[in-house]
Write a protein that binds this ligand. Structure first.
Ligand code: G
Ligand code: G
Ligand code: MN
Ligand code: NA
Length: 254
C-alpha cells in the first residue's frame, strides 16, 4: 500500500475519525475533560492507528491538512455535545511540531472555535516539550497568540523531553501531562514515585494543573491521590471511545 497516497485519499474521503479518552478527577471520579485521538478506518486494511500513519503524515506535510481536519472535527463535536447534553466539557487536541511551527495555527484555532460558537477554554492544545524547545522564541509567540483566544495549553509526555525550568516559567502553559512511562514504573517497582511527586510539586509551585497519563491500576490511582495529583487518564477508567459512547457516559454522569 502506498501510505502517502492512501492517506491523502483518506483525508479527502472522510476515512479519518476521532476517538476520545476521558480525563478524570482523581478524587471524585468525574469526567472533567477528554483527549481527542485520531484513527483511520481504511476500506481494505481496517483500523489503522496513528503510530503507523503519523510518521508518514509528518514526513509528507500531510499532517497540516490532517491537523486542520482534527481541529474542526473536535470543535464541531464539542458543539454537538453542548447542544445535546447542555454541558460543555473541554477537549484536548494533539498538535504536531509542523502544525505548531506553521504560523497559521492560532488563526485556524480561532476559526474553528468561532465557526462553532465556542469559548477558548473549551479547547486545549497539547504540544510536546520537543516542539517547544526547537525554537523557544517563536514557540512563545505562537503560544501567546493561542492564549489570546483563551485556549488552554498542555505539555504532553512531560518529563521525557528536555524541560528547562526557565522556559516552563516563561511560556504560557496551563497544564503538565505526566508521561505514562513514569506511571507505569510505579507498579513495576522499577522506580519509586519520585518523578510524579516532583512534577506535581512543580505544577503546584508554578500554578499549573497536572494530569497523569496511562493509569491502569487502582494502586497507581491511589498513589496519585496521595500525591494530590488532580486528574488522570488511562485504561483503568476508560480506553479512548467513540463520540456516541462519550455521550452516554456524560449523560449518565449528569
Ligand atoms: O491514540 P494512540 O495511543 O494510538 O496515539 C498514539 C500517538 O499519536 C500519541 O503520541 C498521540 O499524541 C498521537 N496522536 C493521536 N491523535 C493525534 C492527532 O490528532 N494529531 C497528532 N498530531 N497526533 C496525534
Ligand atoms: O502521546 P499521547 O499522550 O498523546 O498518547 C496518548 C496515547 O496513550 C493514546 O494512544 C492512548 O491510546 C494511549 N493510552 C491511553 N491510556 C493508556 C493506558 O492506560 N495505558 C497505555 N499503555 N496506553 C494508554
Ligand atoms: Mn496527548
Ligand atoms: Na502523552
Amino acid at each position: 500500500m502506498d501510505l502517502e497516497a492512501s492517506l491523502r485519499k483518506a483525508i479527502r474521503e472522510g476515512q479519518l475519525f476521532l476517538v476520545y479518552q476521558p480525563q478524570v478527577d482523581t478524587l471524585t471520579g468525574r469526567v472533567v475533560g477528554l483527549e481527542a485521538l485520531i484513527r483511520w478506518r481504511h476500506p481494505e486494511e481496517g483500523l489503522i492507528l496513528p503510530g503507523r500513519f503519523l510518521p508518514v503524515a509528518e514526513e509528507t506535510g500531510l499532517v497540516l491538512a490532517m491537523g486542520d481536519w482534527v481541529l474542526f472535527e473536535a470543535c464541531e463535536q464539542i458543539r454537538r455535545w453542548r447542544s445535546r447534553l447542555g454541558l460543555s466539557i473541554p477537549v484536548a487536541v494533539n498538535v504536531s511540531g509542523a502544525q505548531f511551527r506553521d504560523g497559521q495555527l492560532p488563526a485556524k484555532v480561532a476559526r474553528a472555535l468561532d465557526a462553532n460558537g465556542l469559548s477558548g477554554p473549551e479547547l486545549e492544545i497539547e504540544v510536546t516539550e520537543s516542539t517547544l524547545i526547537d525554537d523557544v522564541e517563536s514557540a512563545a509567540a505562537t503560544l501567546e497568540a493561542l492564549k489570546q483566544r483563551g485556549v488552554l495549553i498542555a505539555l504532553d509526555d512531560f518529563g521525557t523531553g528536555y524541560s528547562s525550568l526557565s522556559y516552563l516559567h516563561r511560556l504560557p502553559i496551563d497544564k503538565l501531562k505526566i508521561d505514562r512511562s513514569f506511571i507505569h514504573d510505579l507498579s513495576t517497582g522499577a522506580s519509586d514515585a519520585s518523578v510524579p511527586r516532583a512534577i506535581v510539586g512543580l505544577g503546584r509551585s508554578l500554578g499549573l494543573s497536572v494530569i497523569a497519563e496511562g493509569v491502569e491500576t487502582q494502586e497507581q490511582l491511589q498513589l496519585l491521590r496521595d500525591l494530590a495529583c488532580e486528574s488522570y487518564q488511562g485504561f483503568l477508567f476508560s480506553r479512548p471511545i467513540p463520540a456516541e459512547e462519550v455521550e452516554r457516559l456524560l449523560g449518565r454522569q449528569g
